[in-house]
Design a protein around this ligand. Sequence first.
Ligand code: SF4
Length: 331
Amino acid sequence: MSVLDERLRGTRFVSLAPQRVLNPPSQTGMDFWSLNPYVGCEFGCSYCYARYAHRYVVERAHRAGKLTDAELADYRGPHGWEAFERRIFVKEQILGALETDLRRLPPGQTVVIGTATDPYQPAERRFRITRAVLERLARCEGVSVGIITKSPLVARDVDVLRRLQERNALEVYVSLITVDAGLIRTLEARSPLPAVRLRGLAKLTAAGINAGLIVAPVLPGITDDLPRLEALFRAAREAGARFLHAGPLRLYPAIRERFLPLLEEHFPALAARYRAAYAGSGAAPKGYARALSRRIRRLQARFGFVVNDGMVDRYRSRLPVLQQELPLGGR
Ligand code: SF4
């Protein structure tokens, strides 16, 4: 396996040679095609649902004889979940696979970048894979492109986004669950702080990019109170957001392992309530989801956004995201 770089913190970037990069709806259970330039994400959000995709890649590589037992132990990490944040697979030479995949993309489809991992995570500063993908998509016509990110680095690519937007529909979702910086640091290990993300959003909208805010997941009892949500809506308005969508936490099995211990440590009074509320399934209890939806709709109307039920279902997979990035291999 080809190690591309290693950081002081111990994060290692490893080359991944994908045969396919556009995941069809039939594979992911989502209503659109998706693309993730990286597997793993240094931002390390406690509620991240994509850790299983990383585990899948590592275990498949081991079964295929591309990783020794010792490497498997290293790539899984002591607890499993943290390897997702410290062993980042970089889909180098993505353009060849993208070219092939674009030939089988039916006309008028939506492609969302960043459904499983952040396309503007720190690795992008160096590897510029997301930018290369956007450059290619900017040469398409009639594709609907979505981008989801927590990073202001997306504003670096305003030039490409503008070109892309000329002949395609574009929605850039800056992801932020609260404007409370202290809370962000508790819940998201290394993500950009709220003010920095909002500045990124403001740069996009000032440049005429169709960008808004996605508030996902809303965490019951932690970020769903009216004052916190109002502060988010206000900040989004001030940053020129064209839209704001929000949806509740889904507690998939892959999230529980990381998120529930954190909840017990920082919000002990809530832990038992979460365990009970999410006992039957990963979905938020129906009554809670309805109440949250009503609250969000009222806030959307009050702050002048289009009122809708949110885009979370649109951007959440009902099935594990398998990504088809195998075989794992060097250059
Ligand atoms: S930024 Fe997104 S992909 Fe990265 S850890 Fe957070 S939720 Fe997961």
